[in-house]
Design a protein around this ligand. Sequence first.
Ligand code: G3P
Ligand code: MG
Length: 257
Amino acid sequence: MNCVDLLRQKRPLVIAHRGYSARYPENTLAAFAAALEIEADAIELDITLTADRQLVVIHDETLDRTTNGSGLVRNHTLSELRQLDAGSWFDSRFSGERIPTLIEVLDLVQNRILLNVEIKPEAYESEHPADAIEQQLLCLLREKNLEHSVIISSFHHDLLQDMQSQFVQIARAALYDPIMGPLDPNSICETLGTVAFNPHHESLTPNQVTSLHESGHFVFPYTVNSPQRMQTLLEWGVDGLFTDDPLQLKQVLKNNS
Ligand code: G3P
Ligand code: MG
């Protein structure tokens, strides 16, 4: 079954944003294991490159907020990053957590759940080296036979466009933040060949949901943590929601059923 079939199978999807990040330190193995445990439908994570060009899972461009290190992630080698504590900032109970490599997360999750791998814009290289982040990601997904259970997203639309021109068959989604300026969701998806439009939830309108559905695209707004807002977006017919609290979204869905 390919990813689009998977997406169609069960909607709306409960997407654990950075893992179960309301209760566990974001983008750590603990947060991903917890999302599996509570049976979220999908896990979102963020990837970038280290100084020695390894793929690691972390949201910010710098280490300061979510680790005991500081400075830019890309200025550190993997072995330097692995010495950092990526859990204590959240709670001292998680002091053993490290910045995971993408390989570790893929090995943990395997094909048990849909994965949304977001490529951070700062990792984009317009020169397209052979070991560019997207090339390494594609190799890994092929090697692990996970091409059909992953959706790749990015705010960097050139990156998504490049992947399309390389005939990459893995499903992709276009992320949108209003700071990118006004853009037509359907045109974005058509131009980039993405299966989904993933907007900041405050920028989305019910008409956009209808129109994206008419053109055969999925809509996955991020990041929705209030039950009232979840309810509103579900009533608009979105195909899933990114949330830090997947258990809460499951409860909202249960109350509606
Ligand atoms: O992919 C949805 C969401 O993760 C996009 O924003 O900043 O949380 O990576 P951000
Ligand atoms: Mg993200």
